[in-house]
Design a protein around this ligand. Sequence first.
Ligand code: MG
Length: 311
Amino acid sequence: MSNQVIVFTEKEMPKVLNFYEEDKITRNAPGVIFAAKTADTSITAYRSGKVLFQGGGAEREAARWSTSSTPAVANAKSSGTKGDILPEKFAVMSVLGSDETGTGDFFGPITVAACYISSEKIELVRELGVKDSKQLTDTYMQQIAGDLKQVVPHCVLTLDNTKYNEIQSKGWSQGKIKAILHNQALQQVLDQIKPEYPEYILIDQFAERKVYYNHLKNEPAIVQDKVLFSTKAENLHVSVATASILARVAFLEQMDQLSVTAGVTLPKGAGPRVDQVACQIIRKKGEPFLQSITKAHFANTQKALKLVYKK
Ligand code: MG
């Protein structure tokens, strides 16, 4: 559940009210000039020009109306979204989105996915189960990923631990690694959908635009046209939400495989449980093996080694 508030001018307000006219309900409260209820969002408009969006779809609905003339001030306040201001009705446009997973996990790869969802497919993708990201469990995402892959152009890249450790030890930051993977995934989807080009490309922001493009300066092809950045982008367009699911599912698949290889269920994250399991693995299979399934530069390696020599 979240609350989003956008302040509209007198000129803009009728557009908003018209849009929700079919879902109109009666609400007799002070200052309320209009109220509506859709499947997942309550919309309340006040005489002051404020419109309150509440419920599971609040961020999406608010994003629909975030324009330069109605900056999502309250949006930024309540959800902490940072980045470019998105055009009006962004949520219903044809957008190529990208997101990554695994950057904070000691065990397992980094996975990046990009996914193009044209406006006419948005409803279908929602029906297939892409909803508020907070409602998505790992099991649920694994269930819907197959169907999603059938219907939307996408690309999923997995950077395994050996390759990750190799480039990391050459001095590549995670930011650079992510930028290059996002760019490659986006480029691959653009190649798939040619000659069509998305109305916009939205990257779940992990770096400022300048920093992002600086990382890409030696890349053979750089995706730049119509690119927007925002944090929490999975709530702003279903393409990023879907990319996020596909990246996560690819990560989980790898984790399952690596768990089999390691002979133990590998925990996610980088906490104390991770150190303990890493310690067990060093004892059973040695440190080089541990390296081959982890982001070896994380502090967990040293912590696990300490645990090994403690006993
Ligand atoms: Mg992200």
